[in-house]
Design a protein around this ligand. Sequence first.
Ligand code: UDP
Length: 328
Amino acid sequence: MRALITGGAGFVGSWLARELLARGTDVLVLDDLSTGRYENLEEIEDGRRLELVVDTVNDPAIVNECVKRVDQVFHLASAVGVRLIIEQPVRTIESIVGGTDVVLRACARYRRPVLITSTSEVYGKGSKIPFSEEDDRIMGATTKRRWSYACAKALDEFLALAHWYESRLPVVIARMFNTVGPRQTGQYGMVVPTFVRQALRNQPVTVYGDGQQSRCFGHVQDIVGGLADLLACPGARGEIVNLGNNQEVTIRELAERVCQLAGSSSEVVLIPYDQAYGEGFDDMRRRVPDLSKAGRLIGYQPRRQLDAILEDVIDFERRQLGDAKRNP
Ligand code: UDP
């Protein structure tokens, strides 16, 4: 058995590669290394069970070639991170909608089962707690660039479901909630690696807005286990399924917890949104997943809770910092 992972050199993709290899599945990675990094795969690449193709998911000839060689496809390649999305909206929209179209066409051509990764952003500004898969979506104005990501991902979902409806192409859609763990880069604005790095350097920990907005953070290992189980589950075909963790924390509490666990003397500072992101930004107040469908379909239950997740990231970042000091 061999699986293609588009975006397999990224943070989630490389953890998924590990997971599949551990389950006995060989892995072909297609990644243009724009935000993905070769180092993410280095320690598992042995040249036999894992192969890396450095190219774009927007090229139909390349994608056809890759899809033809595998038994199943995990499509993770995407623009990531709120900061990148706001700064590069053209790339965001084109890579998400264009890339998914190319991948779905190739999967339809060779009849390969495919998992499309989507995001909790598609729920938008809804205030219902928790979010379940059939809920209505509430999007902000199109002048707020952030929402281009949610709309592009929603279009991916429509397209995948359309393939399922018209030709019964085996598709499953995973809506991932905030996913964190070792090797996630803070470069594109993700809050946990950013706070951990600030805390370990005893720099101010930058909470945006009033810090009362909340999120639920899932450990990447729980999430990739769910991704692998979903594509293996016949009952999940044609379905949309939330994956994440439902333990809620405000961003202010998160900042304080990170400082405590890291033994940091950093102070927590509040930064207004327009200073943090410029104009074109709209935040979500709360975001909690309803995980009952994932539980029903694949017995999904997040195993790692917030403190364990933060400790894992702190350990990793501490080692990185040590390495950087030893080899400046
Ligand atoms: N955030 C913050 N400080 C940072 C980065 C992010 O307070 O340095 C906030 C951000 O405004 C949001 C939350 O943390 O309310 C989660 O942000 P992230 O970009 O990680 O993910 P999102 O859930 O917004 O996609």
